[in-house]
Ligand binder design. Structure first.
Ligand code: GLN
Length: 251
């Protein structure tokens, strides 16, 4: 049987910085290498909610505050459907600005408060001082039993995210800032939804996580256990070692 996946790329033109497009390319290629069909739905402002609900995996990248304000208005139209998908366990990856939308609110650098979807118990505030942005390569250890290698990425955000009691972090910071530069938490996990501050982009640098998302999306769609054919990851492992060395850490 030939499997197929529909990947919903939320706001590809507005929410796509620091190489986030690489997450889509990685998912397509890793499906192709296993003879899995994949189709990418470009969900630009004004997209129809039917297009969204037919997706098996959702991806949203990050953006500057300016684009986030525009996207936030459009996102309100599909809030109900998107929250239902997250609650149903449709897997998704939401990076930085995308991650901030999942929480209760995001206070932008100029003090404007934009309401989030409120589906994750967290909030984000940006103090507005440019000097205070959290920037650099980052490494964190994911708190997901299937993922046993540190995740390497790149972060650049003014917002500080604080998790509430009802939400688990995606991982623990080894190097870098993560959610707020204080409590060593990075990102968040809710059901099969992952929020992270890691651009980089995250999936090509950490293919085990890409495969985890593909597996979960297929399992949900076909309602059966899926084991993906393994692929050679030595190039990515070496790339991670180079980054770790440059950061003076051992992974
Ligand atoms: N504009 C948001 C912030 O500065 C998100 C940035 C991003 O997506 N890299 O916190």
């Amino acid at each position: 049987m030939k499997y197929s996946l529909t990947i919903g790329w939320l706001y590809p033109e507005l929410m796509n910085i620091y190489g986030d497009i690489g997450n889509i390319t990685t998912l397509i290629k890793r499906c192709e290498w296993r003879n899995i069909n994949s189709e990418v739905k470009m969900l630009n402002p004004g997209f129809k909610s039917e297009e969204l609900v037919n997706c098996n995996l959702l991806i949203m990248g990050g953006a500057q505050d300016k684009q986030q304000t525009v996207v936030n208005k459009d996102l309100k139209r599909v809030k109900k459907e998107l929250c239902q998908m997250i609650e149903k366990g449709i897997p998704g990856l939401y990076v930085c600005g995308g991650f901030q939308f999942l929480g209760k609110y995001y206070k932008e650098a100029d003090g404007t408060i934009i309401d989030g979807l409120g589906v994750l118990d967290l909030y984000t505030e940006n103090s507005g001082e440019n000097i205070d942005r959290l920037i650099g390569n980052m490494v964190f250890m994911p708190e997901v039993k299937e993922l046993n290698k540190p995740i390497v990425g790149f972060e650049n955000h003014g917002g500080r995210t604080y998790l509430g009691r009802k939400i688990k972090p995606f991982g623990k910071v080894i190097k870098g800032f993560g959610n707020n530069g204080k409590d060593l938490t990075e990102g968040a996990i809710y059901k099969e939804t992952f929020g992270t501050y890691s651009h980089g982009p995250i999936l090509p640098k950490n293919p085990e996580f890409a495969d985890y998302l593909i597996t979960k999306a297929l399992e949900k769609k076909y309602n059966s256990r899926i084991t993906l054919k393994s692929l050679d990851g030595s190039l990515e492992d070496n790339a991670r070692l180079v980054i770790a060395k440059s950061l003076d850490i051992e992974i």
